[in-house]
Design a protein around this ligand. Structure first.
Ligand SMILES: *[C@@H]1O[C@H](CO)[C@@H](O)[C@H](O)[C@H]1NC(C)=O
Ligand SMILES: *[C@@H]1O[C@H](CO)[C@@H](O)[C@H](O)[C@H]1NC(C)=O
Ligand SMILES: *[C@@H]1O[C@H](CO)[C@@H](O)[C@H](O)[C@H]1NC(C)=O
Length: 349
């Protein structure tokens, strides 16, 4: 049902426009342009309080719990100051580490990848829901017998939406119909519908809740003939967002032995590395062109590549990139990688 709807409306996955649902964000608009790597005392203070809230599990500075809350406090958006509490960070990390400990495939994720793509409590600027307790409890049983993170990811994308009655459905053009987009998991659950962005955020959070590294990937505008490459001008040209999951090497018997990132469309059937937009129109996109490139979101502000990466030429482009959020076009506060080349070359890496 959801899949049919998605195919029917495949070309148009408009999330929202401009400030149409600014009211969903009960916090002041942040300044455009983020200071890269700025240290601030409040982050250390928050990390210290979160370690205390973790109790014995967070007592040692090098414990997994301490590293988790430390990473989030150091990288979280400035706008979350005063919104995300030490207790929230502690609960979030305790549950993320619990999911990591529950299966061989979750614990095999390198800790740095765990920090960046399992531990975060948010994808973009969506309202800060406490989704992890709910989704962990609901979804852990669904992946209990999964032999690999590939199997877990495919099960979650097939079963997640039907955990509610009525189920959650894809709904394009919500703001145009007068309804703001549903962007955080709890608001999507409440509404039982969302556009591609809300569904992608929800799928990423669901995957993170069971310990699978995941991120939202998307493009502002398809570079189709007849599209002006201006995402705010033409609904029919985009935007579109989807999900990538990271699989450890040799994820399952019978599955291709491929460590790295693989894509899936939220609420689409067909498993990993198969979606309506691949290979076309994804292969029309171009690296290094903001409006028609494909970006993978990171947690926290844009980060400049390290000096080593710049010197070796492995970071391209050699600058801090932001994820272009078409629903908040001027907001450059979410970091991103330009992953267009992967889609031009085949899709997974
Ligand atoms: C979305 O809205 C645009 C313009 O408002 C319209 O052209 C398009 O047909 C709509 N798409 C759907 C699937 O309703
Ligand atoms: C989608 O959710 C919104 C918010 O709850 C609701 O107003 C709208 O009717 C829903 N759309 C459909 C088609 O169910
Ligand atoms: C990119 O999109 C922005 C926002 O819609 C627009 O102002 C700009 O002209 C676009 N750039 C190109 C090259 O189309």
């Amino acid at each position: 049902m959801a899949a049919l709807l998605i195919r029917a409306a495949a070309l148009i996955c408009v999330t929202t426009m401009a400030d149409a649902h600014a009211w969903l964000r009960p916090r002041p608009l942040r300044a455009v342009g983020t200071v890269v790597g700025a240290a601030a005392g409040w982050r250390d203070e928050l990390a210290r309080e979160a370690r205390a809230a973790l109790g014995a599990a967070g007592a040692a500075a090098e414990s997994d719990g301490a590293r988790c809350v430390g990473f989030l406090a150091a990288r979280m958006p400035d706008a979350d100051r005063g919104v995300v509490s030490a207790e929230f960070l502690a609960r979030n990390c305790a549950l993320a580490l619990g999911a990591r400990a529950r299966s061989a495939w979750a614990v095999s994720v390198p800790f740095d990848l765990f920090l960046e793509y399992v531990a975060p409590y948010a994808c973009f600027d969506e309202p800060r829901d406490e989704w992890r307790p709910l989704l962990s409890e609901l979804l852990a049983p669904l992946v209990a017998g999964a032999a690999s993170s590939r199997e877990a990811a495919e099960r979650i994308n097939s079963l997640l939406w039907r955990q509610w009655d009525p189920p959650i459905r894809f709904m394009p053009n919500q703001t145009r119909a007068g309804h703001p987009g549903q962007l955080s998991p709890l608001s999507v659950i409440r509404a039982r519908n969302a556009s591609c962005t809300g569904l992608s955020i929800m799928l990423v959070d669901a995957l993170r809740a069971v310990g699978v590294p995941a991120r939202v990937v998307g493009t502002p505008c398809w570079a189709r003939a007849g599209c002006s490459h201006d995402p705010l001008a033409h609904d029919a040209c985009g935007n579109h967002n989807w999900v990538e999951v990271w699989l450890p090497e040799g994820a399952s018997a019978g599955a291709p032995r491929c460590a790295g990132w693989h894509f899936m469309g939220a609420a689409e059937e067909g498993g990993l590395d198969s979606a309506w937009f691949f290979p076309m129109p994804a292969q029309l996109q171009r690296p290094g062109a903001l409006n028609v490139s494909i970006f993978a979101a990171r947690f926290g502000p844009p980060l400049a590549p390290s000096a080593e990466a710049r010197a070796s030429g492995s970071a391209w482009p050699p600058a801090a990139l932001h994820f272009p959020m078409v629903w908040a076009w001027g907001d450059r506060s979410v970091g991103a990688d330009d992953v267009s080349m992967r889609y031009l070359e085949g899709g997974s890496a």
